[in-house]
Structure formats: structure tokens, C-alpha cells
Design a protein around this ligand. Sequence first.
Ligand code: APR
Length: 169
Amino acid sequence: MVVIEIVMGDITRENVDAIVTAANESLLGGGGVDGAVHRAAGSRLAQAGGAIGPCKPGDAMATPAFDLDPPVRHIIHAVGPIWEGGGHGEADVLASCYRRSLQVADELCARSVAFPAIATGVYGFPPDQAARIAVATIRSTSTNVQRVRLVAFDGDTRKHLQAAVTATG
Ligand code: APR
């Protein structure tokens, strides 16, 4: 059973085996959390991302963590759905981001993973729905990951994540 922790802060400061970034399909970097991760990991991250990309929405791919400090060894690039009102399979694509990230973490033998609130920034996914999808998917995915840290960057996101964890017991 995965232990889920809700924290608030900068995901690039997390002390876990792998951090997940909310990427775009190119894996070349961008703004938001992806920008912060690429700044912290250094220019080699975009080179590595470009070499393995593109990454489809709902999928996840791993690179080394480069300049990020230990214990972080891996960066898992997950591409979320762009919110188009909810009728275009966005919820399933977001769930797939969490499921695939955990599968990739298992392939890497990562036992602790930090996630941002994927798709809730530039991509516009409602944060309350996204939080419920994140927690439900993590709880329902069979994985060897022991500890998941859901990293909120603002109080509103933290509130939604905490509500989602409370609702699922
Ligand atoms: N640590 C943790 N969370 C962060 C950080 C950070 N340093 N910076 C931003 N966030 C949060 C945002 O507040 C939001 O809650 O990450 C969440 C996801 O927002 P975005 O980074 O905008 O990601 P997303 O909505 O998935 O859009 C992805 O934006 O930056 C581009 O290249 C990226 O094209 C892609 C798109």
C-alpha cells in the first residue's frame, strides 16, 4: 500500500528517488513546474528529453536527474491533457499520467516519487477534479513504490489534495 503525503513547496527540493514533471510532448522543457525542473537539472535535461521524445499525452518517460541533488536519480516526464471542458477524455488521460509514471518508477526501482499537480496550471484542468483523479489512480495502481509525495505549489491545490486523500480514506 502506497503511503501518500501531501506537501507544499518546490518539487525541485524534494528528497525522493524520482520527481515527476508536467511536461509537454516535446520533452524539451517549458514553463511552470517543467521550467523549474529544467532549470534545476540543467541543460542536459532538454538534450535527454529531445533524444527520447516526443511523449504522447497520458504517457510518461524517464531521464536521469542530471544536476538535481541526490537522492533524486530520475526525472519522469508526464504529459497531461489540455483541458477542453471535460468531454474529450481528459480525465482518462490524466489518470494515465499517474499510472504510467508509477509503472516507469517501478522499472527504475524507485521507491519514493514526488508528483506536481499535473495539468492544473497552463493546461487548465480543474484542480479539485485533478486531485481526486491523482489520489484515486495512485491508490488503485499496483506498484512497488512505497511513498508518494503530492507537491502542491499553492494553498488551493494543497486543500484539494488533502480533501481527495480524506475522501478516499
Ligand atoms: N514545484 C511544484 N509545483 C509547481 C512548481 C514547482 N516548482 N511550479 C509550478 N508548479 C505547479 C503549478 O502551480 C500547477 O499546480 O505545477 C502544477 C502544474 O502546472 P504547469 O507547470 O503549468 O503544468 P501543466 O498545467 O501540466 O501544463 C504543462 O506547461 O510549462 C508548460 O512545458 C509545459 O507545455 C507544458 C505545460
